[in-house]
Design a binder for this molecule. Structure first.
Ligand code: SF4
Length: 197
């Protein structure tokens, strides 16, 4: 599906959208509009690959547990008025699916910030909710489990979800966002390149 149609589908669901051809353009866009803000980041390989923390930190207070691990930092990030994250998968029809281990990202994308930005590489776009869920479980979660050195079968074998019962299981809370939550401005920033998991 063309980006124009995907954007239209999200906008019909209450999101604003942007489209950029590179992560550098996204960094410039966000650095322009976000200054003197307190910004929380969700755990995200996309944000790491963009170097966005280092850029926004110059003119904002950015809180990210990837830089300072711990529950307290996650709680602080979840008090911010601005939240930036990626998504494990989005649908062409205008929905977002995320899987969390601790639930901090799922919580903030449902309620809390005044504005939530999702940065979405083209590899995250799926046809429908079923494909999005499949991507979350069999692509994003195994790679994320490997990234955090979780002792799970998916991290060891790297091929698919084994629906494990490991103490390290990172799939504990799943959210499906069908419409932008009431009272929250949500912007989907599409990037026409592969980003993150
Ligand atoms: S349920 Fe377990 S095996 Fe499946 S993706 Fe999540 S952590 Fe990996």
């Amino acid at each position: 599906m063309e980006y124009s149609q995907i954007r239209q589908n999200f906008e019909r669901h209450g999101f604003t959208t942007q489209l950029f051809s590179s992560k550098e353009e996204v960094c410039t866009y966000l650095a322009d509009i976000l200054q003197n803000q307190t910004i929380g980041f969700g755990g995200s390989e996309t944000l790491t690959e963009m170097g966005l923390f280092e850029i926004l930190q110059q003119k904002n207070a950015v809180i990210w547990h990837n830089k300072t691990p711990g529950v307290r930092v996650r709680k602080l990030a979840n008090c911010a008025d601005i939240y930036i994250t990626s998504a494990n998968a989005v649908t062409e029809t205008g929905g977002i699916v995320n899987i969390d281990g601790t639930g901090n990202r799922v919580a903030m994308t449902a309620f809390g910030p005044e504005t939530c930005y999702y940065i979405v590489g083209k590899n995250k776009i799926t046809a429908n909710i079923s494909d999005a869920y499949h991507r979350c479980k069999n692509v994003a979660a195994p790679l994320n489990a490997k990234r955090v050195c979780a002792k799970t079968p998916c991290a060891a074998k790297g091929d698919k979800c084994y629906d494990c019962n490991s103490p390290d299981r990172i799939c504990r809370i799943i959210s499906v966002i069908e419409r932008a939550p009431l009272g929250m401005k949500c912007e989907i920033i599409f990037v026409d390149e592969e980003l993150g998991f």
